[in-house]
Design a protein around this ligand. Structure first.
Ligand code: GAR
Length: 210
């Protein structure tokens, strides 16, 4: 059985999607650790209730991103994950964290990358008058929200949408596509190469699978 580590900062609904996928057998994996930078993350309590080991490394106790990242690498290494899942993890990571997990580190970002890296993605899509929005699962590289995309899901922007109504439409798709992408890595079907993401030997298009 493969081992997942999930990093969260908040409520952890994507984490919950992984808990569900593991317990239903959709993913042949166990969650070895849920790790948060935020002691108040609602997802920590949800994970503990599900009997999953949890840990918190508060970034406020570190004087640089690098020392924080090194502490997280040390904690994760003790749990020997096959794959590390960023699920609403809201800290910028440095190469100190990213390099040890190269090819084994996924993020989900609530926009159709390369549009809207960073924060406030849904409001930015609305402000731009976009007719569709969505979400991208991608490999993490040192470029913020810039690693090779794996899967994108699209949703329509509807008249009267607010950032909140759009986010609610998008998150349903997040919970679908993230476990699928993780499963591909765990099955050895999906790899990060210097030319991008490769699925079943085929390079993925620049926006990933649609
Ligand atoms: C999700 O929408 C995720 O895509 C986003 O935060 C939310 C976390 O929700 N991630 C980012 O914005 C990363 N920069 P969750 O805690 O319920 O999974």
């Amino acid at each position: 059985t493969k081992r997942l580590a999930i990093l969260i900062s908040g409520r952890g609904s994507n984490m919950q999607a992984f808990i569900d996928a593991c317990s239903s057998g959709v993913l042949d994996a166990e969650i070895a650790l849920v790790l948060s930078n935020n002691p108040d993350a609602g997802g920590l309590a949800r994970a503990a209730e599900a009997g999953i080991p949890t840990a918190c490394i508060n970034h406020r106790n570190y004087d640089s991103r690098e020392t924080f990242d090194a502490a997280m690498v040390a904690e994760l290494s003790r749990h020997d994950p096959d794959l590390v899942i960023l699920a609403g993890f809201m800290r910028i990571l440095t190469p100190v964290f990213i390099e040890p997990f190269a090819g084994k580190l996924l993020n989900i970002h609530p926009s159709l990358l390369p549009k809207y890296p960073g924060l406030n993605t849904h409001q930015r899509a609305l402000d731009a008058g976009d007719s569709e929005a969505g979400v991208t699962v991608h490999f993490v590289t040192p470029e913020l929200d810039g690693g090779p995309p794996i899967i994108q899901a699209r949703v329509p922007v509807e008249t009267g949408d607010t950032a909140a109504t759009l986010a609610a439409r998008v998150i349903v798709q997040e919970h679908v596509i993230y476990p699928i992408a993780a499963g591909w890595v765990l099955q050895g079907r999906l790899r990060l190469t210097d030319k991008g993401a490769v699925l079943d030997g085929q390079p993925l298009p620049p926006t990933g699978v649609d």
